[in-house]
Design a binder for this molecule. Structure first.
Ligand SMILES: N[C@@H](CC=O)C(=O)O
Length: 311
């Protein structure tokens, strides 16, 4: 069973391939998983923002988790299920239905329409922990959540809900890392993929649910290993990752594309699976025609991620 100490590394997110008729393409999803598993990531997870947790029917949700669980269990790869939904009741039901799949952990978000106060957060997590039946929880608390907590608040929740082993957060400046360091022994802190080397340098980050793995699950895994072999080199890679983001991703963010649109674009640039850039209604996606320009820049800045393409 995962603990705050053993939950580590580079975890790759499932992205939903969407057909022109808005259905999920499960055949492409299976291929994507096969390729992801070949990269031997520390783990695979579903239903983060990038996995479009907010835009699936319950039937689709169940099917996506069943496919992921079957593939990961057959390959011996750890997987986490995002039992996430803005509604607390739907989150609870998602978890209750998925306990039988025995994920290594469940990711949960706080209720996200009417914000929760401290007591309500405890009540929510306690009930989710009870439903998880011994499977640990990871609190996914991104910057766009209605309620973004401070380091001491994560620490308080962990003390009251012991099966809360990790958090998935945006990270922050030096002051944030100083505050978070106090709780980093009892909570596995995951920061955004593109800042993972900084998080490791700060002695706080145990891993990332990684947007860098969207570009290349293999490249992100190589980079994670480099952080422990030669942090200075890994920080240099991060500089180049950030340069790529500034050049090719931030302009789309500034033009109003959502995070899932950006993550699918990253995967299309990486080109390791046929996921496509399309999102479901009503969200706009980055046109496929834009992929090739960014691919050239990405390969120039991060050649290590694409070494396999040349051999
Ligand atoms: N924030 C992301 C991380 C991957 O890009 C998520 O939705 O899990």
């Amino acid at each position: 069973m995962l603990t705050a100490r053993t939950l580590r590394g580079n975890w790759a997110t499932l992205l939903l391939p969407i057909n022109a008729d808005e259905s999920i393409d499960y055949a492409r999803l299976e291929e994507e998983l096969d390729r992801m598993i070949l990269a031997v990531p520390d783990g695979v997870y579903s239903n983060g923002t990038a996995g479009e947790l907010h835009n699936q029917t319950e039937k689709e949700f169940d099917k996506v988790q069943e496919i992921m669980a079957a593939k990961c269990q057959a390959a011996g790869v750890l997987f986490q299920i995002g039992a996430n939904h803005p509604s607390p009741l739907v989150s609870l039901q998602r978890m209750q239905r998925m306990v039988a799949l025995k994920p290594a952990a469940f990711q949960v978000i706080l209720p996200d329409w009417v914000t929760t106060g401290p007591g309500e957060q405890v009540s929510f997590l306690q009930k989710m922990a009870e439903a998880a039946d011994g499977i640990p929880l990871v609190l996914y608390n991104p910057p766009h959540a209605k309620k973004v907590l401070h380091p001491a608040e994560y620490g308080r929740l962990q003390e009251i809900v012991p099966s809360l082993i990790g958090i998935k957060v945006a990270g922050g400046d030096a002051a944030w890392y100083d505050e978070m360091r106090v709780y980093a022994n009892s909570l596995s802190v995951f920061v955004p993929g593109h800042f993972l080397a900084t998080g490791v340098q700060e002695g706080v980050a145990a891993g990332a649910y990684s947007n860098v793995a969207c570009i290349s699950p293999q490249g992100a895994q190589w980079w994670w290993r480099l952080m422990h072999a030669d942090l200075a080199k890994a920080l240099d890679v991060q500089k180049r990752i950030l340069q790529f983001f500034d050049t090719c991703i931030v302009p789309y963010k500034n033009a109003g594309y959502s995070n899932p649109a950006l993550d699918k674009f990253l995967a299309a640039v990486g080109g390791w699976a046929n996921i496509g850039t399309r999102l479901r209604w009503p969200y706009k996606w980055i046109p496929e025609e834009e992929v090739s320009g960014a691919s050239v820049v990405c390969r120039k800045l991060l050649p290590e991620f694409f070494e396999g393409e040349r051999s």
